[in-house]
Design a binder for this molecule. Structure first.
Ligand SMILES: [Zn+2]
Length: 247
């Protein structure tokens, strides 16, 4: 669905608890269309190829994008907010279809190395299978220039994972937060690399931004997009009050 300007949202269904039974896990994906030279698109968090419920998440994304005239072959860059399989899983599959570059933060690339080694057993018990990913470059704090007049601001927002990043688009006042913050809740901090204290600090940094569209990584049990300054302010307030004490 078109959100604003060239921003498109592909929300993974499962807004209510009942729907959650029907839809397995996957993340929300976002596209910034024609953000790159040659009208290539930026894709943020491609999600999984197939999820644990054997649903074809990538096929669904491709078909939803297609309805709006956006082709997966025209994706030029995949930005991953963090190295959890429900967010980055389809990165290499989409690279094969499009030749897109793939990026993730250094902190989570290190996590991926541990995930293959000493941490593998722990993650397996938590139900995590880690697909391959070979980043072309690492995302660091600061501006990411996509073409002459489009700049994304990458923010290191650790807490849910060690190297978690968020993407702020100052001109459109759009914030893509991955699993940092949801409607009425936050990302979990019990996966290796998580930290409640870091998550709180990251959220407080983000609360300072001028945002009209807060785009979250999941919408289970609540809307995936929080729209309007006042709604966003209230959401931060709710989280400080009801979630922070437990982090
Ligand atoms: Zn995650």
């Amino acid at each position: 669905m078109k959100l604003v300007d060239n921003f498109y949202a592909y929300l993974w269904p499962g807004v209510t608890m009942a729907e959650m039974q029907t839809y397995g896990n996957n993340c929300n994906s976002y596209v910034v269309a024609k953000a790159l030279p040659e009208n290539k698109h930026v894709l943020v968090d491609p999600g999984m190829v197939v999820n644990e419920a054997r649903q074809n998440c990538l096929e669904r994304l491709i078909s939803e994008m297609g309805k709006e005239g956006l082709k997966i072959e025209d994706v030029g860059l995949i930005l991953n907010t963090h190295a959890h399989p429900d967010h980055y899983g389809a990165s290499e599959a989409i690279r094969k279809m499009s030749g897109a570059q793939v990026a993730i933060a250094k902190g989570d690339d290190e996590f991926l190395k541990l995930a293959k080694g000493e941490m593998a057993q722990v993650l397996k018990q938590m139900g995590f299978e880690m697909p391959e990913i070979h980043p072309d470059f690492y995302l660091t704090e600061g501006e990411l220039r996509l073409d002459q007049d489009l700049v994304a601001r990458i923010m290191l927002t650790p807490g849910h994972s060690q190297g978690h990043i968020s993407i702020y688009w100052p001109d459109a006042k759009v914030f893509m937060g991955g699993d940092l913050i949801f409607h009425g809740s936050t990302g979990r901090v019990d996966i290796p690399g998580g930290s409640g204290q870091s998550l709180k600090e990251s959220i407080e940094r983000v609360a300072e931004l001028d945002v009209e569209y807060l785009l979250t990584g999941h919408q289970y049990g609540a809307p995936g997009i929080i729209q309007g300054k006042e709604e966003i302010r209230k959401n931060f307030e709710t989280i400080r009050r009801y979630i922070f004490p437990y982090l």
